[in-house]
Design a protein around this ligand. Structure first.
Ligand code: CIR
Length: 265
């Protein structure tokens, strides 16, 4: 990337207030609906954590018609260089792109769009210092990934298409970048070999959902549910900010999916 700042140096974020309809959010396995009030509290604590790390947070209004719209990471991807509007591979989420478009046009000079035949979710995009990894998945197809690589080129960034392991919702469901040369990954993700050039910290078995952390400036946001992962990160020298995720996890979500983050010049 043509970018000398670490790719986790952020000063801005966008989030969206969860609507009561979030309890009908998509999920791969049924483990009960989330409790709306508890989920709202988790979301407020998440915003407070972003602000405590120095981010200026734009909070968008709730959208009843889109139960999963609290997961703003999926309909777009943003960089200091510009934003790209994506198109979800999940039918009920396609309309979220049009809903996030106006604020991106307000905040970014350059806003690009995927070609019409492609699908891609932001949850499949992992930004690393050398390239933007795009995981093919149930939500991101090769037309979408190829279109995204073209958009990234226009922004001066390099995209690389990889395969999300079968059965994993999004590429980032099981991995995150914790510093410029280190990733936190599940055993399944480590075995793909995709991160062979990185130092790998492997999630303790049984704590797989903890892999979706977010490095922001000097800290790592991590789910407070996974004590062994928090200890592992601390042993490796990372400052952690634990955030509750009990309710959002019921609809297959982790920490990265609830915000778009970038460094605003
Ligand atoms: C979905 O299935 O689309 C939502 N229930 C969860 C989205 C999580 N998004 C993400 O990790 N980027």
């Amino acid at each position: 990337m043509n970018n000398l700042r670490p790719c986790y140096h952020f000063n801005s974020a966008i989030v969206r207030t969860p609507s009561a309809s979030v309890v009908r959010g998509l999920r791969a396995h049924e483990c009960g609906d989330p409790d709306y009030n508890d989920l709202k509290m988790e979301h407020q604590a998440y915003i407070a954590a972003l602000e405590s790390l120095g981010l200026d947070v734009t909070v968008l209004p709730e959208l009843t018609a889109f139960p999963d719209s609290v997961f703003v990471e999926d309909p777009a991807v943003v960089f200091s260089e510009g934003a790209v509007l994506l198109r979800s591979g999940a039918a009920s989420r396609k309309g979220e792109t049009g809903q996030i478009s106006p604020i991106l046009h307000d905040l970014f000079e350059t806003v690009l769009e995927l070609p019409e035949n492609g699908h891609a979710d932001g949850g499949d995009i992992l930004v690393t210092p050398k390239s933007v990894l795009i995981g093919l998945s149930q939500r991101t197809d090769s037309a979408g990934a190829t279109g995204l690589v073209e958009c990234l080129k226009i922004l001066g960034l390099h995209g690389e298409i990889v395969h999300t392991p079968k059965g994993v919702l999004h590429f980032k469901t099981e991995c995150s970048l914790v510093d410029e040369e280190t990733v936190l990954v599940t055993r399944r993700m480590a075995q793909t070999g995709l991160f062979d050039g990185f130092r790998i910290i492997q999630i303790p078995d049984g704590e797989e959902p903890a892999a979706n952390t977010v490095r922001i400036n000097e800290s790592v946001l991590v789910s407070s549910r996974y004590q062994r992962t928090i200890e592992l990160l601390a042993q490796n020298g990372y400052a952690t900010v634990p955030v509750k995720t009990s309710e959002i996890e019921k609809i297959d979500a982790g920490l990265s999916c609830m915000s778009l983050r970038w460094f605003r010049r």
